[in-house]
Ligand binder design. Structure first.
Ligand code: NAG
Length: 244
């Protein structure tokens, strides 16, 4: 029984066939309860306090412009964000040029969204737009995608370029794979304590990077990418620059 479970987890974890060919965190493979926790237990709430400020039509237009700028399927939006996420990741991970172009398109998206950016990419807002009882996975994936793009295109841009290959390759190291498999297993079994397992994972993946890559201080970057990707709503999580 336990063996079957591990096998199923491994099969799901391999949604990305080649673990070294993705640049964003693998947010797939968790049971929906994990995403429910991530998408609903969020300490943020609407950015203006009382209600969300997001114009769905404007979001769709801005999303279309982003998708068109990086040449991916223009019909994708937050409702099918798991496909969108993978399409963006595949494009972005192919080359540094694609990475820079994605960041350029992100900047345009961010500027077009203006004051509505924060609420429109808040998983709580997106969940509020879903019919009751819907799968919340797309709301989580959409929020996780923009949160990671924000990091890798701003504070994380220089290191992302400098260590472009290493920040992907860490997922393919045996230590990195162990971190992820454990995370998937623990958080999948006990989604209510998601933040505890996120905390373990973000430091585990940083340690895997330190063990693997020559530029050790850049390991905080992979910690941060995982923190913004998985730790939404988790309080007091930090990534620090470490060399050992
Ligand atoms: C994505 O979802 C939207 C809204 O439901 C739909 O119009 C569009 O066709 C979907 N695209 C794909 C590729 O599934």
């Amino acid at each position: 029984m336990a063996k079957v479970f591990v096998l199923v987890c491994l099969l799901i974890a391999s949604t990305f066939a080649d673990p070294t060919s993705h640049f964003l965190e693998n947010v797939f493979g968790f049971p929906e309860t994990f995403y429910q926790n991530a998408a609903t237990i969020n300490n943020g709430g609407p950015s203006n306090g009382a209600s969300y400020v997001c114009d769905a039509a404007h979001l769709q237009q801005s999303q279309d412009a982003f998708s068109s700028a990086i040449g991916i399927d223009g019909s994708l939006n937050w409702q099918n964000a798991t496909s969108l996420y993978q399409a963006v990741d595949t494009y972005l991970s192919a080359s540094i040029d694609n990475y820079l172009n994605t960041c350029k398109a992100r900047k345009t998206f961010y500027q077009q969204m203006g004051a509505t950016y924060v609420d429109c990419t808040n998983p709580l807002y997106l969940v509020s737009q879903l019919p009751a009882g819907s799968d919340v996975t797309p709301a989580f994936a959409y929020a996780a995608m923009w949160a990671q793009l924000d990091f890798i295109c701003n504070a994380g841009l220089d290191i992302g370029i400098q260590s472009f290959k290493d920040v992907m390759a860490v997922y393919g190291t045996s230590q990195g794979q162990q971190c992820y498999t454990q995370f998937l297993l623990n958080a999948g079994n006990d989604p209510v304590n998601r933040c505890t397992y996120v905390d373990t994972y973000i430091h585990c993946i940083q340690e895997a990077y330190i063990a693997y890559a020559s530029n050790r201080p850049n390991g905080w970057w992979v910690c941060e990418r995982a923190r913004v990707g998985f730790g939404m709503g988790c309080l007091n999580q930090r990534c620090t620059v470490l060399t050992t």
